[in-house]
Write a protein of this length. Structure first.
Length: 233
């Protein structure tokens, strides 16, 4: 029991340190790019990020195994998933940097009206809540694509997974679209395509992998027919 308690506390400490480092970096690049601290859209964006990391920590406090998997996934990550991260990670930061440069420093045309910032804020919250719902429901919600034989992975059919097969990606696409809108940047919204298209491709590749390698998943696809959008795909 003592060893388990120590291990869980260690995982919690690593999560806190890693989260603080990531969001500290995001906050820094937001306001360095904007060139000013009174970039209010940046404060809302980063405030929501901090809120959702705390909310995630609160709802997953009893899921030490899932937190460990997300922090340090086991072996078996697909080679194409490594390519996905190599391609999308730079663009993920590029969207934030360009958006802050645009709206905070240079104010390039066309300027987004306040209404779009509000729409972005609402979509960002919705997307994050969907992802959190998926994480809470699916104890195999890894940060990489791999079949978790070491954790006895099974098909998740509950919660949002009863509507679409990849709700995490659905929520991720929503808040990815929302990010430059929330930051009040048209040009950040344009380069978002370089993040969203790979997410759709990853969804397709992961779904095929699960159909071939995870017991029961092929039957699940007959129950829940759509990957991302009901009645469409």
């Amino acid at each position: 029991m003592n060893n388990l308690f120590v291990a869980e506390n260690k995982i919690e400490a690593i999560l806190i340190i890693k989260s603080a480092a990531i969001f500290g970096f995001i906050i820094a690049i937001t306001f360095i790019s904007a060139g000013r601290l009174n970039y209010w859209q940046g404060w809302i964006f980063n405030g929501l990020n901090i809120f959702f990391i705390l909310l995630t920590y609160y709802y997953l406090f009893d899921r030490a195994d899932l937190i460990k998997e997300r922090l340090s996934p086991g072996s078996g990550m697909k080679s194409w998933d490594k390519i996905y991260y190599a391609v999308t990670t730079p663009f993920f930061f590029a969207v934030m940097i360009l958006s802050a440069l645009d709206a905070g420093r240079f104010k390039w045309e066309p300027l987004l009206p306040l209404l779009w910032v509000i729409v972005g804020m609402i979509l960002y919250v919705i997307g994050q809540l969907i992802v959190l719902w998926a994480k809470k429901t699916n104890k195999y919600f890894s940060s990489v694509v791999r079949i978790q034989k070491d954790r006895g992975q099974k098909v998740c059919k509950d919660g949002p997974y009863s509507y679409i097969r990849h709700p995490g990606y659905f929520g991720g696409i929503i808040y990815t679209i929302a990010t430059p809108l929330l930051l009040s940047s048209f040009w950040g919204f344009v380069i978002n395509l370089f993040v969203i298209i790979p997410i759709i491709i990853r969804t397709y590749l992961e779904d095929n992998t699960l159909q071939k390698e995870l017991d029961g998943y092929l039957e699940y696809t007959k129950e829940v027919k759509y990957r991302l959008i009901p009645k469409i795909w």
